[in-house]
Design a protein around this ligand. Structure first.
Ligand SMILES: Cc1cc2nc3c(=O)[nH]c(=O)nc-3n(C[C@H](O)[C@H](O)[C@H](O)COP(=O)(O)O)c2cc1C
Ligand SMILES: Nc1ncnc2c1ncn2[C@@H]1O[C@H](COP(=O)(O)OP(=O)(O)OP(=O)(O)O)[C@@H](O)[C@H]1O
Length: 149
């Protein structure tokens, strides 16, 4: 039984998320997904959707066997509980594979870290979808919010 763990924020789902999770699941027999806590998303604007909603949607995706909210303080705690054989990183996740692998070893965890490539498409990105909404429906757009002068 090969256990795989994937991680991410998953704010506003798109085909890039699905591709990352499908490719992660293909590497093993069981895929667990750790969804980032609202309070821990500090490297970019806070998610639009609250963590419980992001979790519920990830849980419903076909490649996903289990989904859980991450720990608030220690990112290695869920990993220590799941004990995966493989941890996948998405193409734009800001972790260095070797440093992460070393930190895992330091904690007595011997998962392999595998980088999954990107899925093409200008709207395969939560931030690009938000940008498009603002450009096409925001107050300054030609189709700005209905009912506003
Ligand atoms: C091995 C690993 C474990 C993680 N565990 C947690 C966690 O327990 N709690 C959490 O809030 N974020 C955790 N994260 C971070 C997020 O799930 C996510 O990867 C990070 O916020 C980068 O988000 P993005 O790629 O969605 O932008 C973990 C990331 C990795 C690589
Ligand atoms: N187009 C894509 N192709 C492959 N993997 C992707 C793609 N978009 C996101 N992922 C992966 O899905 C996981 C969750 O991504 P995340 O929630 O950061 O979405 P995002 O669309 O990259 O967000 P943002 O645009 O705000 O950076 C990460 O591992 C990320 O690398």
């Amino acid at each position: 039984m090969i256990r795989v763990v994937a991680t991410g924020t998953f704010d506003i789902l798109h085909p890039g998320h699905l591709y990352y999770l499908e490719e992660s699941r293909r590497l093993g027999d069981e895929l667990s997904v750790i969804v980032a806590r609202d309070a821990n998303v500090k490297h970019k604007p806070r998610p639009i959707l609250p963590e419980a909603q992001r979790l519920r949607m990830v849980q419903a995706l076909r490649p996903v066997d289990h989904a859980l909210l991450g720990d608030l303080h220690d990112m290695f705690r869920p990993i220590a509980e799941i004990r995966p054989d493989i941890i996948t990183l998405g193409f734009n996740q800001h972790f260095d594979e070797e440093r992460l692998q070393q930190k895992l070893r330091d904690r007595g965890l011997d998962a392999d870290v595998v980088r999954i490539p990107g899925y093409p498409g200008s709207l395969a990105s939560s931030s690009k979808i938000i940008e498009r909404i603002l450009n096409t429906r925001g107050p300054a757009s030609p189709n700005g919010p209905v009912g506003e002068e």
